[in-house]
Design a protein around this ligand. Sequence first.
Ligand code: ZN
Length: 69
Amino acid sequence: MYTISKDVGGIVLICHDCPHIERVNGFSETLGSRRTQAAWAMKVHSRDKHGADSVLRAIPKKPAMRSQP
Ligand SMILES: [Zn+2]
């Protein structure tokens, strides 16, 4: 999983599981949509570095917080 964000260099995809980022501007438009390529690169990163489960894993449900009775 990743978050799409924006910084001075343009749109960046930020990995949820580590500080890895993919810069959309780092891809060539001659190969197609740069954003699609960045998303793909992030998918590959996620699979390679965090395992296939990381891509498919559902967001874990947190137990309900009951600090107040
Ligand atoms: Zn990562």
